[in-house]
Design a protein around this ligand. Structure first.
Ligand code: PA5
Length: 436
């Protein structure tokens, strides 16, 4: 197994080894609670064994539905919000070409998203696009009652039925929801849509390895078996290795909690490639919803280097000292692009031509680490060998496991999200929903 490595060398000036060793018993106790299922939120631990327990028959059916959708669609509309779309989106955006929208290969649909916004212009533009595309829809809601995807689905379903007729529309919709309850479950049952279940014991932000993530990812043409294998192999490390030194998820949980206890307020996930932007969005939900409660928790934020060094770099270097960085480094790019030599060297960059772009980016990352550490920002590094289905599967499990351990170390229930309900009550009241 190619490893995910957590490097603490640029943290030790801020949290020394003795402090990391001192928190280890709390982290190990948190891990035991997670594995024994004897702490708050234990009804939502289904994700822990998910890579082992995915039903083979369900996966075969899912792959067949994904292939059927792919064969008849140039676009797939994924309708969902929060944990019901971010997992699929982070995997697809990490693996597809940045320019996939312009270079569609005809074999797999390009994925667009809905239900994650109520912006009216967005839907007007989407419907405009759908007028001229062969498309299918994957509608995802665990509760089956979330307003944003419900409104989006109603709009898109009406468009789909008008375009193809009701029978063909029902062949182009797949629903992923609760096994028994919710409006989406009832619609899917009555309309005869293929349906997949989100297990009761898997919360939205931990659901990427259920049909919630797997169906859109498979339909977009990516290898879900490799994704699951990566998660499976990382699960073994997380479950079998009992020390911080051997278990990267425990080390990550330990370092962020030591720094939090010492006054750090913000954790910036720093991606070194643009295609990891949605990984950061998924991570923000995972850690923000899991830890941000009871007046506690690191605020998850993200930047991409070197892009955001030209916007946020100033603040990170010299603004208020409240943050740590977790830099996600990728050892090898998928492809190479040489920097050409130019005899006239008018731009003065011939000195770079012996280096690959990755080497240049690595120097930027190393230079950034040195600068930020000097500016008072601890930088934890997480290194993956490359970005593909297998390593993303590893990262998913790594971040999920570390999140559960970290939340229990922090002293919160990492598996609920009571605060998300507050805005909904106000919104329903303002909209005049019966009972509000
Ligand atoms: O993590 C969570 O539970 C939430 O972010 C949900 O995923 C999000 O609110 C969407 O909920 P649902 O899938 O019920 O529509």
């Amino acid at each position: 197994m190619e490893k995910i490595i957590v490097k603490t060398s640029h943290v030790l000036g801020f949290a020394n080894q003795a402090e990391i060793d001192a928190i280890a018993p709390d982290v190990m106790a948190a891990r035991e609670h997670l594995l024994r299922g004897d702490a708050a939120g234990s009804d939502f631990l289904g994700w822990v064994d998910l890579p082992e327990q995915l039903d083979g028959e369900m996966l075969s059916r899912l792959k067949a539905d994904a292939a059927r959708i792919a064969a008849k669609s140039s676009l797939l509309v994924v309708v969902g919000i929060g944990g019901s779309y971010l997992g699929a989106r982070m995997v697809i955006e990490a693996l597809q070409s940045e320019f996939a929208a312009f270079r569609r290969n005809g074999t797999h649909p390009y994925v667009v998203y809905a239900g994650h916004t109520l912006g009216e212009d967005y839907y007007a533009q989407l419907l405009d696009l759908l007028d001229n595309e062969d498309y299918s829809v994957c509608v995802i809601s665990k509760s089956g009652t979330t307003t944003e995807p419900a409104v989006a689905f109603r709009i898109i379903k009406a468009h789909l039925e008008k375009k193809y007729g009701r029978d063909e529309a029902s062949q182009r919709i797949v629903a992923i929801t609760d096994a028994r309850r919710g409006a989406l479950h009832d619609i899917a049952a009555q309309e005869g849509y293929p349906m997949y279940v989100i297990p009761d014991n898997v919360g939205g932000r931990f659901s990427v390895l259920t049909p919630v993530g797997l169906l859109p990812i498979a339909a977009a043409g990516f290898d879900i078996d490799r994704l699951i294998q990566g998660a499976h192999d990382m699960r073994r490390v997380c479950l079998d290795k009992n020390s911080l030194a051997e278990n990267p998820a425990l080390m990550y949980a330990a370092v962020r909690n030591v720094l939090y206890r010492k006054g750090t307020k913000v954790e910036m996930l720093v991606g070194c490639q643009l295609n990891l932007r949605y990984l950061a969005e998924w991570w923000k939900q995972l850690y923000g919803e899991s830890e941000g409660k009871d007046g506690r928790g690191l605020l998850p934020h993200s930047i991409t280097i070197t892009t955001d060094l030209h916007s946020m770099g100033q603040y990170v270097q010299q603004g208020e000292r409240l943050m740590m960085e977790t830099m996600l480094r990728v050892a090898k790019p998928a492809q190479h692009v040489p920097v050409p030599t130019d005899e006239r060297n008018l731009d003065g960059i011939n000195y770079l031509t012996s280096k690959s772009l990755t080497e240049i980016n690595d120097c930027a990352a190393d230079g950034t680490i040195a600068a930020h550490v000097e500016g008072g920002v601890p930088v934890l590094q997480i290194e993956v060998p490359r970005i593909d289905e297998y390593t993303i599967g590893q990262l998913i499990y790594f971040f999920e496991f570390a999140c559960g351990v970290s939340g229990y170390t922090l002293g919160v229930n990492p598996f609920d999200q009571p605060g998300v309900e507050f805005y909904k009550k106000n919104m329903f009241h303002l909209l005049g929903k019966p009972g509000f």
